[in-house]
Design a protein around this ligand. Structure first.
Ligand code: PMP
Ligand code: GLN
Length: 398
């Protein structure tokens, strides 16, 4: 029997539906709720960088840039990685530019995984990981991140990591600083992962889009900087979070040449290239705006504290993150055990949108009690959300 035209989606993408970010942002519009769901800032990136993009468009940079990205951006990415982490990449052969980190992740997994290969991910995992692993016909193997104590930092058990590796494992798809838990993996934790990768001859694909947004002096360590790791690591980052330009979708990959060749083989057919004007502006950002980024980091840390204090006043148990845009709140403190059901009713009943973390988990128990709230918003927006939550909690005593 033929497959019906009325239901054309391929089998491997069934179950993915609409992303939780689009769904919850639509719910915020529909209900008038304060949107602390999707992680995008409500203030702009550095002015001079925005001007660069405008000037580049006016100056005629409006045709296809080279597939690997404009040379000034590739040079700026390589110089930044060298300066910040001491990692050397050849801008001509070991760096290329993508449509956001999202395309870098997709192209990497599609290029590196045969159908049936297994990909180890930290759970909760960013939603595009699951989708692209499925598109590749690969299999995800989640390793849970759990808090060390109520309200504590999330980490993984090295024994569970080892147990997740099988003869079919090909890639460890890492994310540190981690969305949604806010954990920055320490050098010791990364060493566990590196040991497993070297031992089992695995590739590590590492998503570092929050590399600059760490708090309280916590240091982001790229796993590629650990001994034996550079040659097996595909490092991914993007301009969206660093420069508050999530809509520009300029991302990049740094990796040894053979990985770049493999990943660009796919990338040249997914989009070929991305907007030159934004690429040029991001090159300016990486070389001239790192002080602006430092100010953003400090301001985000204050806003993290503002939201975390507010959520604690509501009566939630708050996991204060070491990095990113997000705090996780444990709703069990309100006498509720299903964070997903809570997050889906909250826009209607409390006028606030958060993201349930259970949707990022295979083992729903791992994410069930938590709702993620974004603090990359103006103070007045955070205050309004907290005041609505306080009033909601007053109407629903636990
Ligand atoms: N990875 C993680 C962990 C993210 O939170 C996001 C959202 N910024 C992305 C990847 C996607 O990044 P981009 O917008 O650059 O595609
Ligand atoms: N990375 C953003 C977040 O975690 C969302 C990106 C998206 O909407 N796909 O909120």
């Amino acid at each position: 029997m033929g497959r019906p035209l009325s239901d054309p989606l391929v089998e491997r993408m069934r179950g993915f539906g609409t992303t939780i970010f689009a769904e919850m942002t639509a719910l915020a519009h529909q209900t008038g709720a304060v949107n602390l769901g999707q992680g995008f800032p409500d203030t702009d990136g550095p002015n001079a960088m925005l001007e660069q993009a405008v000037e580049a468009i006016r100056g005629g940079l409006n045709q296809y840039p080279p597939g690997p990205g404009l040379p000034p951006l590739r040079q700026a990415i390589a110089a930044h990685r060298k300066h910040r982490y001491g990692l050397s990449y050849d801008p001509d052969t070991e760096v290329f530019v993508t449509v956001g980190a999202t395309e870098a992740i997709s192209a990497s997994i599609l290029a590196l995984c045969e159908a049936g290969d297994e990909v180890v991910v930290l759970e909760p995992y960013y939603d595009s990981y699951a989708a692209v692993i499925a598109l590749a016909g690969a299999v995800r193997r989640p390793v849970p991140l759990r808090p060390t104590a109520p309200g504590g930092r999330f980490t993984f058990d090295p024994d569970e990591l080892r147990a997740a590796i099988t003869a079919n494992t090909r890639v460890i798809l890492l994310n540190s600083p981690h969305n949604p838990t806010g954990t920055v993996l320490s050098r010791a934790e990364l060493q566990h992962i590196a040991d497993v990768a070297v031992d089992r001859d695995l590739i590590v694909v590492t998503d570092e889009v929050y590399e600059h947004l760490t708090f309280d002096g916590v240091e982001h360590v790229p796993i590629a900087s650990l001994p034996g790791m550079r040659e097996r690591t595909v490092s991914i980052s993007s301009a969206g979070k660093t420069f508050s330009v999530t809509g520009w979708k300029i991302g990049w990959v740094c990796a040894p040449t053979q990985f770049i060749r493999a990943v660009t083989t796919v990338k040249q057919f997914t989009t070929f290239t991305s907007a030159g004007a934004f690429q040029l502006a991001v090159a300016h950002g990486l070389s001239r705006e790192m002080e602006w980024v430092e100010a953003l980091r400090s301001s985000l840390q204050l806003r993290r504290d503002r939201l975390a204090d507010g959520l604690a006043r509501v009566g939630l148990t708050v996991h204060v993150p070491q990095a990113t845009y997000f705090v996780l709140a444990d709703v069990r403190a309100l006498g509720i055990d299903d964070g997903e059901a809570f997050a889906r009713t909250l826009p209607h009943e409390g006028g606030v949108v958060g993201i349930p973390t259970a949707v990022f988990c295979d083992n729903a128990e791992v994410g069930r009690p938590y709702v993620r709230f974004a603090f990359c918003k103006r103070d007045d927006v955070l205050d309004e959300a907290v005041s609505r939550l306080v009033s909601y909690a007053g109407r629903h005593p636990s």
